[in-house]
Design a protein around this ligand. Structure first.
Ligand code: C2O
Length: 552
């Protein structure tokens, strides 16, 4: 591989959407941010220079970061933030991965405007295991807030209530024609007839899983979270924040007298923070350029087709869609599913409450404050980075290594809310010896309404070996686990009112964050960290920190 250099200047930029102009935190004045393109095996050196007042850190979502945890990015987990006027070079290699990922800020809600695609091409000369696309197009979903997203979350945390919802969903930064004052801000995908396009779909939205569809066209799913999957056809994609999905779009063989909408809107269950509106972009056929300039385009107005998306709470679609995702599990791309398990964990995840910390009534349930937890622990970020504390052997006073392997409040989902919805605050991590084979069951508590949580694990891919509804049964459910071709990914939607089982091999030393990728749930504490100890061999050890690692 080669070394590729990028420079990210974090700077303010005036941007207008929905007739509302505001100053946003941007990378190089671009919104969405620049695209990173590399090949499998390359090294990336990305110098981030902070010219704004906010603290900054950037996460390369889905990159394995083998031995290079210092470059992972979550603030107060692997690094202290980059302060005003400071810079930091993120230095890492792309090993054994190819496909679509993305990068985003990983501190507070800054990622609302700081995000962009990562395109990892296969090694030179290595073909895709599917039809070679004529063109490749990143499609990145986001959310636009007329307000400052930092003000939105700080207000929510102070009042204990839910944050204000965004004002629009966006495709490549543009809300599209279904919003007021937005028709000119519409993404147009221009295509030629009879060609295959690779769409690299990325959900960088803050708080919503999304359905996505293109009118009158079928999509072939070929990859999820930068791992090839068994191809399947579908009209609609479900994609959670933190997930990426590559699809092939085969255009119609002849020029159609039509324009087609591509639309996305939320899949939301329970107490999700969502608006129910729709972002639209346009698929526009271009007359093939090689035809004679005298051939005339149809003069009559083109017909407009709109896709029909599943209902807001269509959990049955969500279940069917996730069941279709399977690893390719071929000779060239085997599914290395851990067959034996060294350590089992059962984590309840979901919303809860914490006592009101000020004199007025708080805006959460029954005058409390909203909180969220893993095994009833609402994770508090430390003042210094966990990874530094771990590496220097000075974890005392920073974190406790005793994360519970099962819930503090025994879990039994009956459909009725339990009496005790309170969470406990703490900075606890789960410690794993190098190469531990982990099985983790994530159970939605449904305490404040059944809800799907897209759980994201840093530093690893995991295999989704099972899922179901209601209570996970440790005596019965494992018999049905798929240990042959389960999908391998870095973010999984825990079924609303149900559970998911994942397996991963802890072969990457460092400190690795795991959290719900609905940003408000992360802010409320639905997060924890794994500490993976060094192995014996040199290539099984975390490398020392770079000299420019930011200080707190
Ligand atoms: Cu994409 Cu910890 O996040």
């Amino acid at each position: 591989g080669i070394t590729r250099h990028y420079k990210f200047n974090i700077e303010l930029k005036n941007v207008t959407r929905l007739c509302h102009t505001k100053s946003i935190v941007s990378v190089n004045g671009q919104f969405p941010g620049p695209r990173i393109v590399a090949r499998e095996g390359d090294r990336l050196l990305i110098k981030v220079v902070n010219h704004v007042k906010n603290n900054i850190s950037i996460h390369w979502h889905g990159i394995r970061q083998l031995q290079t945890g210092w470059a992972d990015g979550p603030a107060y987990v692997t690094q202290c933030p980059i302060q005003t006027g400071q810079s930091y070079v993120y230095n890492y290699s792309i090993t054994g991965q190819r496909g679509t990922l993305f990068w985003h800020a990983h501190i507070s809600w800054i990622r609302a405007t700081i995000y962009g695609p990562i395109v990892i091409l296969p090694k030179r000369g290595v073909p895709y295991p599917f039809t070679k696309p004529y063109k490749e197009v990143p499609i990145i979903f986001g959310e636009w807030f007329n307000a400052d997203p930092e003000a939105v979350i700080s207000q929510a945390l102070q009042t204990g209530g839910g944050p204000n919802v965004s004002d629009a969903y966006t495709i490549n930064g543009l809300p599209g024609p279904l919003y007021n004052c937005s028709a000119k801000d519409t993404f147009k995908l221009k295509v030629e007839p009879g060609k295959t396009y690779l769409l690299r779909l990325i959900n960088a939205a803050m708080n919503d899983e999304l359905f996505f569809s293109i009118a009158n066209h079928t999509l072939k799913v070929v990859e999820a979270d930068a791992i090839y999957v068994k191809p399947f056809d579908t009209d609609t994609i479900l994609i959670a924040p933190g997930q990426t999905t590559n699809v092939l779009l085969k255009t119609k063989p002849h020029f159609p007298n039509a324009t087609f909408f591509m639309t996305a809107r939320p899949y939301a269950t329970g107490l999700g923070t969502f608006d129910n509106s729709t972002v639209a972009a346009i698929l526009e056929y271009e007359f093939p350029s090689k035809l004679s300039p005298h051939s005339t385009l149809p003069m009559k107005k083109l017909q407009l087709f709109k896709p029909i998306l599943p209902a807001l709470n269509d959990t049955s679609f969500a279940t069917k869609f996730s069941n279709k995702l399977r690893s390719l599990a071929s000779t060239q791309f085997p599914a290395n599913v851990p067959q034996k398990v060294d350590k089992r964990f059962f984590f309840t995840i979901g919303l809860g409450t914490s006592p009101c910390t000020h004199n007025q009534t708080c805006q959460g349930p029954n005058g409390t404050m909203f909180a969220a937890s893993v095994n009833n622990i609402s994770f508090a970020l430390p003042r210094t980075a966990l990874l530094q504390a771990h590496f220097s052997g000075q974890s005392n006073g920073v974190y406790s290594p005793k994360f519970p392997t099962s819930p503090l409040i025994p879990f039994n989902y009956t459909g009725a809310p339990p009496n005790n919805t309170m969470v406990t605050n703490g900075t606890k991590v789960a410690v794993l010896p190098f190469n531990t084979s982990v099985e983790l069951v994530l159970q939605d508590t449904s305490i404040l309404g059944a809800e799907s949580h897209p759980l994201h694990l840093h530093g690893f891919n995991f295999f989704v070996v099972g899922q179901g509804f209601g209570n996970f049964d440790p005596n019965k459910d494992p018999a049905n686990f798929n240990l042959v071709d389960p999908v391998e990914r870095n973010t999984v939607g825990v079924p609303s009112g149900g559970w998911v089982a994942i397996r991963f091999l802890a072969d990457n030393p460092g400190v690795w964050f795991m959290h719900c990728h609905l940003e408000v749930h992360t802010s409320w504490g639905l997060r924890m960290a794994w500490v993976v100890l060094d192995g014996k061999l040199p290539n099984q050890k975390l490398l020392p920190p770079p000299a420019d690692l930011p200080k707190c």
